[in-house]
Each structure stands twice: as structure tokens, then as C-alpha cells.
Design a protein around this ligand. Structure first.
Ligand code: ZN
Length: 248
């Protein structure tokens, strides 16, 4: 988004550190390296997940700087790529009504003063004209589990994540965002909770996929619940209402 500060202080490319033009989110050298096709995979829950990037190299550095070093500006370029991947893969059936994010432990968020998954979801939502809603929260005292198996994490998360406002989930077509997917346990648990609370459809998108993305685009879409969804009403996209955003 435009702000005057960017014209006074030169911004740097989040991927390589070169100074960039005021209207650019990354330098032309890095943009040329970005792969045109999004990564696609199925989560353990059977839900489709897409990403513009695999998790490595310059993308990994940009994401770690966002997560751990307060490089908030990096979220603009990353969210732009995320929105592009969402449009590319989900476009023909892009009738999601709202965008939300995987919750983060409040303690972890406190250290950097923002939740990177929420930041990415809010910015991608602005590009896609989808209102952001906070729908899930972590049970107090829970934190994201590193180093546990996928099955252990799944159990933990099913118990550790709570719906914030079940009435906002019921009957909705939801786009769920996280920064990185590794085992997919976290996103799977969130998908299950959203469906348990009456979500009509959940689509997942992340900025980067760690490890192998196993499926070709066509086969992933065919074998997910997304592929079997009728595209009726595909023209319907809710306009982003700034008034509604205040409640999120
Ligand atoms: Zn660059």
C-alpha cells in the first residue's frame, strides 16, 4: 500500500537487499527468478494447499526476517506473491467470502508486535478484495509445537485451537492463510475446526511450502474437495468493506 515514507527512505528488496523503486515490492533481478506456477499439495486432512514459493534461499531469508527481525515491509512482496498464486489456482472458483489466518500464540506475537500469518492474510485480502476475519485462537498457554510428529501435532492442535466466533464461520467459504507449511498438521487441524463449526468450504494458501510438494496442479485440484465443488456463483466476490475490518 502507498505511504509517503517510502518516497523519503529508499526501500530495499526483501530478497537481496538492493535498493528498489518506490512502486516496486522487490527488485527486477529477484522478480525474474520467481517461478510462474504455484506449488500445490494436499494436506493430511485432504484439503488443498497452494504456495507461490518453496521454502528456501532468498524466500526463506525474507520470511525469517519478517518473522524474527521485524522486517514488516517484506510482507508486502510476500502477500503480493501469495495473492497471485491464489488467483492463478483458485481463480475459476474464487468465491471465498472471507480470509483468515492460522492463530499464533500471543506470547510469540508479543515479541515482534505482529502476527506474520495475520499480516500476510490481511494484505493478501486487500489485494483480493476479501475481508479479513480473525476466526481461530489458541487456547491460553498453548504454543506452536516444533519437533513433534505430525500425528502428535494434529492431536495437540485439535485441542489447542478454538473457534473465536462460530457464528462467523457457519455457512462461509473461507480462505485460510499461514506463512509456511511443513507437515501440514497445523493447517489440517484448523481446516477441521472450521468445518466442525459449519464452514461451507475451506481453501488453504501459504507463502512457502517446505519439503516436497508432491502433486501436479491438475491432479491436486481433482483429488481435493475443491475439485469436486460446483463453480456456481463463481462471479460473486464480496467487496472489501473498510467498516467491517474494524471488528477483525
Ligand atoms: Zn532482489
Amino acid at each position: 500500500m502507498f505511504h509517503i515514507g517510502r518516497y523519503l527512505i529508499p526501500e530495499k528488496c526483501p530478497y537481496c537487499g538492493r535498493t528498489i523503486e518506490p512502486d516496486m515490492t522487490e527488485c527486477v533481478f529477484c522478480r525474474a527468478q520467481f517461478p510462474p506456477m504455484p506449488k500445490v499439495d494436499l494436506l493430511p486432512s485432504g484439503d488443498l494447499c497452494i504456495a507461490p514459493f518453496s521454502y528456501g534461499g532468498a524466500v526463506k531469508k525474507a520470511m525469517r526476517d519478517l518473522k524474527f527481525h521485524g522486517a514488516r515491509f517484506n510482507s508486502e512482496s510476500l502477500a503480493c506473491a501469495l495473492a497471485g498464486a491464489i488467483r492463478t489456482v483458485y481463480d475459476k472458483d474464487m468465491d471465498s467470502e472471507l480470509i483468515t489466518s492460522v492463530p499464533t500464540a500471543s506470547k510469540a506475537k508479543g515479541l515482534r508486535r505482529y502476527d506474520q500469518a495475520e499480516l500476510l492474510a490481511r494484505q493478501a485480502g486487500k489485494i483480493l478484495k476479501l475481508p479479513y476475519r480473525k476466526l481461530l485462537k489458541m487456547h491460553p498457554g498453548q504454543s506452536r509445537q516444533v519437533g513433534k510428529s505430525a500425528a502428535e501435532r494434529l492431536d495437540y492442535w485439535e485441542e489447542g485451537i478454538l473457534p473465536l466466533s462460530p457464528e462467523e464461520i457457519k455457512g462461509k467459504k473461507i480462505l485460510l492463510i499461514d506463512d509456511v507449511v511443513t507437515t501440514g498438521a497445523t493447517l489440517s487441524a484448523c481446516c477441521r475446526i472450521l468445518r466442525k463449526n459449519g464452514a461451507e468450504r475451506v481453501l488453504c494458501a501459504v507463502t512457502a511450502m517446505a519439503g516436497e510438494y508432491r502433486l501436479a496442479l491438475e491432479s491436486a485440484v481433482d483429488s481435493s474437495s475443491f475439485g469436486r465443488t460446483s463453480s456456481a456463483g463463481a462471479e460473486h466476490i464480496d467487496e472489501n468493506d473498510p467498516e467491517q475490518e474494524k471488528g477483525g
